[in-house]
Ligand binder design. Structure first.
Ligand SMILES: Cc1cc2nc3c(=O)[nH]c(=O)nc-3n(C[C@H](O)[C@H](O)[C@H](O)COP(=O)(O)OP(=O)(O)OC[C@H]3O[C@@H](n4cnc5c(N)ncnc54)[C@H](O)[C@@H]3O)c2cc1C
Length: 437
């Protein structure tokens, strides 16, 4: 039996497995694919990105950028892989999802201290060695029941939505133009400019389009959706201008065909390095597939768009971590059972991977019987860990954001400068904690 059993070869599981083996530990890694798939997973490979291909900003003066830098300093294996297969996306780190998954799978497969078991795990044995559960937000079936048993039924769920992907060749490039907002980046986005009349017609079609039924939810007809994944049709219902001031904002763009700023603008972001696939930014949706085709083809340039994948909406399961987990990410009641990734409430791809690193550090300290130097709460990883383990009656998952970090002693007015200063403080504190370890 290996030192650690890891359930799930997603972002958190792979990050944890690669880190632990680097410290000399052995890992049994269990992955249910290709024998069983969650409703969102489609590929056999590990670390599959199920929705957007963006890992968000890589700028240090942003919350997502700070998180990544902290992960690099904590020894992330996934970030260097992401860098190898990045695609152009302005200041953000976006990846070719197939290549990313292929490279992570290869790294895990080539690691001699990891034994891969391609099988679905149905039960957690809390007294047989150390187990790290990293089965993600779509954990279901017998394993979900087993977690439920260990946690006394303290489990919650809500919904997430994914945006559709269109095929580049099927776009009308006479209408669509390449540009990044305010000329930043390398004209990385494709833009679909609406005039007022076209937008109004699209808006009416969108708010009256038919949504797909949701299964397995709590029955009052209201579904809680995390704001970053709010379906476009639900956001639109807040008012005709909500989208124009949100994901369809036209500011910083000039349509070369008219020389004017569009009335509203849909952005398309590259899905792969070749630039053959594009996702509709901000168009997470739960419309029926036929309705998506009908309504989204009203977007200028998408009249004949071919959809490589339609948007979908899925269940998202997470623990009541504040009640159940120690700040070492193991169950208070069953300390051999650790959790990592989105299932703990670390919300997002990179956050999930970061959580894998934190769990791995805690397990390493346990295995080597060395004290674990806690990460300070003024760095992003420490703040997220603190957030999910501090008392919270209305606990919801949380992604990296600057609001999690304490304010500076002296306030700096300029936001970028302020964030840069907060990031510097975070990295200094993190370095100190790592070196004390
Ligand atoms: C539909 C959807 C869309 C999302 N979109 C985004 C997005 O655009 N951007 C973003 O930042 N975050 C997004 N998230 C949130 C989150 O970042 C991702 O879910 C992320 O993949 C979570 O990483 P993870 O490692 O915790 O789990 P996962 O990446 O889901 O990995 C879990 C792994 O465990 C395996 N597994 C599950 N059950 C078992 C079992 N019983 N036995 C063995 N193996 C098992 C799965 O097959 C999978 O490979 C989305 C979530 C969902 C559900």
């Amino acid at each position: 039996m290996a030192d650690v059993k890891i359930l799930g070869a997603g972002l958190a599981g792979c990050e944890a497995a690669l880190w632990l083996t680097e410290q000399g530990h052995t890992v049994d890694l269990y992955e249910q694919k290709p024998h069983a798939y969650s409703p969102a997973h489609k590929q056999q490979g590990f670390a599959e990105l199920v929705c957007s291909n963006s890992l968000k900003s890589d700028r240090l003066d942003s919350a997502a950028g700070l998180l990544k830098e902290e992960m690099r300093r904590l020894g992330s294996h996934l970030l260097p892989i992401a860098a190898q297969c990045s695609v152009a996306a302005g200041g953000a780190l976006a990846v070719d999802r197939n290549e990313f998954s292929r490279l992570v799978t290869e790294a895990v497969e080539q690691c001699p201290n990891i034994t891969i078991h391609r099988q679905e795990v149905t039960e957690i044995a809390p007294h047989e060695g150390i187990t790290l559960v990293a089965t993600g937000p779509l954990t279901q079936g017998a394993l979900a029941d087993s977690i439920n048993q260990l946690t006394g039924g303290q489990k919650l769920s809500f919904y997430d939505a994914a945006a559709p992907i269109v095929i580049g060749e099927s776009l009308d490039m006479e209408k669509v133009f390449a540009a990044s907002r305010w000329g930043k980046g390398d004209a990385d986005y494709l833009n679909c400019p609406f005039d007022k009349e076209g937008y109004e017609a699209f808006y009416e079609a969108l708010i009256s389009a038919e949504r797909a039924p949701l299964h397995d939810f709590d029955g009052d007809g209201e579904v809680t959706v995390y704001e970053g994944c709010m379906p476009v049709e639900i956001m639109a219902k807040r008012g005709p201008d909500t989208l124009r001031f949100g994901p369809l904002k036209p500011v910083g763009l000039t349509d070369p065909n008219t020389g004017r700023r569009p009335w509203a603008n849909v952005q398309l972001r590259r899905e792969n390095q070749e630039g053959t696939l594009f996702n509709l930014v901000g168009f997470q949706t739960n419309l029926k597939f036929g309705e998506q085709k009908r309504v989204f083809q009203m977007i200028p340039g998408l009249e004949n768009a071919e959809f490589a994948r339609y948007g979908v909406m899925h269940r998202n399961t997470f623990l009541n971590s504040p009640m159940l987990l120690n700040d070492t990410l193991n169950l208070k009641e069953y300390p051999n059972v650790y959790f990592a990734g989105q299932i703990t409430g670390f919300e997002g791809y990179m956050e999930s991977a970061a959580c894998g690193l934190l769990a791995a550090r805690a397990i390493h300290a346990r295995l080597t019987q060395k004290p674990l130097q806690k990460l300070p709460t003024n760095c992003m990883t420490g703040a997220l860990l603190h957030y999910i383990t501090q008392e919270n009656k209305d606990f919801q998952p949380m992604g990296a954001n600057m609001g999690l970090l304490p304010p500076l002693e002296t306030r700096i007015k300029d936001k970028r400068q302020r964030y840069a200063e907060i990031a510097n403080r975070a990295l200094e504190a993190l370095e100190q904690a790592i070196h004390e370890n």
